[in-house]
Design a protein around this ligand. Structure first.
Ligand code: FUC
Length: 797
């Protein structure tokens, strides 16, 4: 009891006495961070302009600030007397290794195809639904670790409260003043030391007292260990009949200078400290999609022990340096207005009705921050929520939806100089070549590998959720594009050799499963669908949706280039070339639109304003269609976009942003950007709103802002790659004067651009690989040879 008494006798005058009289036992930390006292003063903007900041604590989760090291994540609420850190670890998903293949699918395949080519789409859909979907019908959800809750003695009055997230340092801070004493909390997730660090300080000694608890909805128990550590140990849950197979631990250690740290049954109590550092580690027993033999206890103990030997300053400095190594590669200036003096939530609220170019720059950099914080070498790829999720059953299970969402997450990676962050995606694709080979063999009787529209931690690859959404065999092929993109940007032949089997296996699957469509004898996927859009017959099941042919054209082309560069598989390459020549072409329909399906059903589609714009893949993210080389098709894309309309879910707007940028309509692109940055699609913490929160829109936004300033593609002659770089292709009036440096272009270039009054004044193109380069600015084209390591300056003339 003595320790509790001491806590109450610490700092807080009358309120503390009142609390004491209520009895310490009632003083259990709750989860609400709402402050019931009074707040005075108006904190001003942080010094670092690349900061999100607020004058009140977060109450809702979408107001809290995200920190992460790729693997560990925390949402920091910045409460005053109650702090909440909602915690994630990127391998804490439900279930365990499982095999969702379905042998009856193969039996039904010929009949499903027959029905489709006979125009009996509904019957085909019923058969696919009954016999060809995975068992179980869903995949495993990504789940929360729980909360670290800190309860500080109650206070009545604080002044100058501010919380912020400094994107340049990747540190979230909270500061406020009580009775002349300024309290500060800093939180970061260190990629170097693999711990989340919480530092609590005050401007007077002996003023820091609080109790810390861990809470979780998982099957877990919490107990104190020794005098300064809390340990939560548990097992993951089952889902849809797949038993939980993971153990996990979360461990918190308090290191105080001054005062005392004590433990009670399930909490830590800090009393009268001068400064406190909390170290938080978490891990599961996940080693791979087929190995769950890891040792979370050993891992968390080791992480805490190692971090404990370092000073807070050393932990912070190492973290900031590693973050900046990636983050500072790109600097963007779009101009600044008075709006930058306002808190971020106010700017988001105002953004639809005023021009705030720095908000766009902040959004751009926030996307880069999020990718660095949710996807680092060795971690899991960024899922639908990156790594941040407070739920046991999040929307769409917070998995990997690969009919757009996961790919969109990685759109900004290469162009904004974060190519390392793609590693987890590449690793996942390599896993899928294994699980996807099983699905190819069992469900389709095919060689190679396949993944349908979703996957999860266990790399499930079969069709899920229902035939309308799930029976789409082209997800793995789309993911494979990112392997090729990595080569196009970086030119790393060793990497290409490593991933070539994935490109080859994805191609093999389609060589085995493409069928001849009766009318034109084109080779098409069947059954398939145009992601999540119903066609004329009220179902989505069909043969040869346009998107599939476009994705396969890319896959085959990339596979052909890769085998040429690596000088392997000549005979196989011939087969792929022959198949590519027979893919269904892009077709223009009666409205002048790019047809979504083999037949001109667009105006009779289930939803002509559908959020997915799958058939426009050819313009973005692909380069098959562009305004210079295929102007008629680009015009058809434009028509399709006009029919679809501008408004959509967060990622739907994000995709439209990139597409309009590729159409090089600057002002329309800017209007789309406003829709994305406005309060309907951006939460106060700058997370994208589908709604609900889905991170893809953030990444689509970053990519789209990049596409407004620079677009690049390659051409190949045998193994020789030429880069084509277009400067300021969609620069709106609102970004009249500005600069960007550090963007990457395909072909191995690093680009800086400066413009004044809407006109290019100077660009530098640094060649990393020495490939030939074609530059374009407006109507001006210039072919240049820049030796590797050299920089070329251009004024656009
Ligand atoms: C696709 C989209 C939905 C949502 C989900 C996660 O199914 O159609 O809008 O984004 O993925």
């Amino acid at each position: 009891m003595l320790s509790r008494k001491r806590w109450f006798l610490t700092t807080w005058g009358a309120i503390v006495v009142a609390l004491a009289s209520m009895g310490a036992a009632s003083e259990k930390p709750g989860t609400s961070t709402r402050f019931s006292g009074t707040m005075t003063g108006q904190a001003s903007a942080p010094q670092e302009p690349l900061s999100l900041w607020y004058r009140q604590p977060a109450v809702e989760w979408t107001e809290a600030l995200a920190v992460g090291n790729g693997r560990l994540g925390a949402m920091v609420f910045g409460g005053i007397d109650r702090e909440r850190l909602q915690l994630n670890e990127d391998t804490l998903w439900a279930g365990g290794p499982y095999d969702p293949t379905r042998p009856e699918a193969l039996e039904a395949l010929p009949e499903a195809r027959r029905l489709i080519f006979a125009g009996k789409y509904r019957e085909a859909d019923a058969l696919v639904g009954k016999q060809m979907m995975s068992k179980p019908l869903g995949q495993m959800p990504y789940q929360t670790v729980g909360d670290l809750l800190l309860a500080f003695p109650s206070i009545e009055k604080v002044s100058d409260y501010r919380r912020d997230l400094n994107l340049d340092e990747a540190v979230a801070s909270v500061t406020y003043t009580v009775d002349g004493v300024t309290f500060k909390r800093e939180v970061f997730a260190s990629p170097v030391d693999q711990v989340i660090v919480v530092r609590i300080t005050a401007t007077k000694s002996g003023r820091i007292s609080f109790a810390a608890e861990l809470k979780t909805p998982q099957k877990a128990s919490v107990e104190a260990q020794g005098s300064d550590t809390l340990v939560m140990a548990g097992v993951n849950g089952s889902s849809q009949g797949i038993a939980g197979a993971l153990k996990f631990q979360c461990r918190v250690r308090a290191l105080a200078s001054g005062g005392t740290v004590e433990t009670e049954a399930d909490r830590l109590v800090v009393t009268n400290a001068d400064a406190v550092t909390l170290l938080v580690a978490a891990a599961t027993s996940y080693k791979s999609f087929k190995d769950v033999s890891g040792d979370p206890e050993g891992l968390t103990k080791a992480a805490i022990a190692a971090a404990s030997t370092k000073s807070f300053d050393a932990l912070r400095a190492a973290h900031v340096a590693e973050h900046r190594r990636l983050f500072r590669r790109v600097a963007l200036d779009l101009g600044t207005t008075e709006a930058t003096k306002l808190p971020t939530d106010e700017r988001i609220r105002n953004s639809m009705t005023s021009d705030d170019p720095q908000l766009a720059a902040l959004y751009f950099q926030f996307g880069r921050y999020l990718l660095i914080s949710s996807s680092r070498p060795g971690t899991q790829p960024a899922n639908l929520q990156g790594i941040w999720n407070d739920s046991m059953s999040p929307p769409w299970s917070s998995k990997y939806t690969i009919n757009i969402n996961t790919e969109m997450n990685y759109w900004p990676a290469e162009p904004t100089a974060l190519s390392e962050c793609v590693e987890p995606l590449v690793a996942m694709v390599m896993d899928l070549t294994e699980t996807g080979a099983r699905t190819a063999r069992v469900n389709w009787g095919a060689s190679g590998w396949v993944c349908h529209h979703n996957t999860d931690l266990w790399r499930a690859s079969g069709p899920i959720d229902g035939s309308f959404w799930g029976f789409w065999p082209t997800g793995g092929a789309w993911l494979s594009k990112h392997l090729w993109d990595h080569y196009e940007f970086g030119g790393d032949r060793t990497f290409l050799a490593k991933v070539y089997p994935a490109l080859k296996g994805a191609s093999q699957f389609f060589l085995d499963t493409l069928v001849e469509e009766p009318e034109h004898k084109w080779l098409v996927t069947c059954p398939s669908l145009s992601p999540e859009n119903g066609h004329k017959y009220g179902v989505s099941i069909c043969a040869g949706p346009t998107m599939d042919s476009q994705i396969l054209r890319d896959l085959f082309t990339n596979c052909i280039h890769a085998s040429t560069i690596l000088d392997v598989d000549g005979e196989f390459r011939n087969k792929v070339e022959a198949a590519r020549a027979r893919l269904a072409p892009n077709q223009i329909g009666k409205e002048g639109q790019l047809q979504e399906w083999l037949e001109d059903w667009d105006m009779e589609a289930g939803d002509i304003h559908h959020r997915h714009v799958s058939h426009l893949y050819g313009l973005y993210p692909s380069d098959q269609i562009n305004v210079h080389d295929t102007p008629e098709l680009a015009a058809a894309v434009r028509k399709s976009l006009e029919i679809r309309g501008d408004n959509a879910t967060g990622w739907g707007i994000g995709w439209r942003l990139n597409l309009w940028a590729r159409l090089q309509d600057a002002e329309h692109t800017y209007q789309i950007l406003k829709l994305l940055l406005g309060p309907d699609r951006t939460y106060p913490n700058m997370f994208d709103a589908h709604p609900p929160f889905q991170i893809d829109g953030n990444f689509g936004g970053t990519s789209g802002i990049g596409e407004m300033l620079l677009q690049s593609r390659t051409r190949f002659e045998a193994a020789r790659m030429t880069g084509e770089i277009e400067l300021l292709p969609a620069l709106p009036r609102a970004f009249t004067t500005g600069s960007i440096r550090g963007l990457r272009a395909k072909g191995g270039f690093e680009v800086a651009i400066e413009w004044v009054n809407g006109k290019l004044v100077a660009a530098t193109i640094h060649s990393r690989l020495g490939n030939p380069c074609r530059l374009r600015y407006g109507d001006v084209i210039r072919d240049v040879d820049i030796a590797a390591g050299q920089t070329y300056r251009w004024d656009g003339r």
